[in-house]
Ligand binder design. Structure first.
Ligand code: DGL
Length: 278
């Protein structure tokens, strides 16, 4: 069975994991999150480029994966080439959904909600120039929204101010009242769609890339219909709490492992679920 590693800085990639699992394909899914470095949207580009390929190469070697899904816009928009160069297997990245948003908007004004890093990336500029040259794209970057999504998925109390701030940042901007589509260019944000929609001044479409990434993976790996099996879930922060372990358990993972982020040197795994639930 094809074994695929889904990777993100935190639980956001679970929105992509869910989209893959929803396809009903014969695939085994592992999940790894670099929680020790969350949020990626606050990290220097060079630091991400230096860290992620080595981290993924070590995880892929340990888990013997056949493909990787980089379920993180912040990483995909800066480090996909470096990751592909470091791995001998197919790597599927996530692309901010600018193209479908441009196809859908009637007003010609699109909101783009992402991390602070993704909104300022040259990659994002190029996507807009290529797919939405005649549209107005209002960008808002927020790490507070990432942290709030982490809390929501874990079932922890979070800081909901991030929602109001993001809504004000988009709809309160010049011509923001004309937004009719919002592109969610961070994999954490689909978990907030109902909350964002409820706080929005009017009904708009909220687009994410999960289903497109899932379809791309199915094509790249030639996956056929069948049962989706779960493999390993692992995080780099060995001090992660019980709520994180519970979030993975809810998705059917039997344990949550920790790998030291120096695991490139000391490649040992420990059973985090056992620790947090003892
Ligand atoms: N989920 C991530 C993304 O798609 C990263 C969030 C973060 O760590 O800042 O951009």
């Amino acid at each position: 069975m094809t074994r695929v590693l889904v990777f993100d800085s935190g639980v956001g990639g679970l929105s992509v994991f869910d989209a893959i699992a929803a396809q009903g394909l014969s695939v085994r899914l592992d999940y790894a999150a670099d929680t020790a470095w969350l949020p990626y949207g606050e990290k220097p580009d060079a630091a991400l480029i230096a860290r992620a390929p080595a981290l993924l190469a070590a995880a892929v070697a340990q888990l013997e994966c056949d493909a990787v899904v980089v379920a993180c816009n912040t990483l995909s928009t800066i480090a996909l080439d470096a990751i592909r160069a470091a791995l001998p297997i197919p790597v599927v990245g996530v692309v901010p959904p600018i193209k479908p948003a441009a196809a859908m908007t009637r007003s010609g004004v699109i909101g783009l909600l992402a991390t602070p890093a993704t909104v300022r990336r040259a990659y994002t500029d190029r996507l807009i120039a290529e797919h939405a040259p005649d549209k107005i794209v209002i960008r808002y970057g927020s790490s507070a929204l990432v942290q709030f999504a982490e809390a929501v998925v874990r079932g922890d109390p979070g800081a909901p101010d991030a929602i109001a701030d993001a809504i004000a940042g988009l709809f309160g901007a010049p011509r923001g009242e004309e937004i009719d589509v919002v592109a969610l260019a961070c994999t954490h944000f689909p978990f907030l769609t109902p909350t964002l929609a409820a706080a929005s001044p009017r009904a708009v479409a909220w687009l994410d890339s999960g289903a497109a990434v899932a379809r791309r993976l199915a094509t790249v790996c030639a996956l056929s219909p069948g049962a989706t099996a779960l493999g390993v879930a692992a995080v780099t922060d060995a001090g992660a709490g019980a709520s994180l372990a519970a979030a993975f358990k809810r998705r059917g993972f039997s344990d949550l492992r920790a790998f030291d982020d120096r695991f490139i040197l000391r490649s040992g795994w420990s059973d985090l679920m056992g620790v947090t639930h003892s």
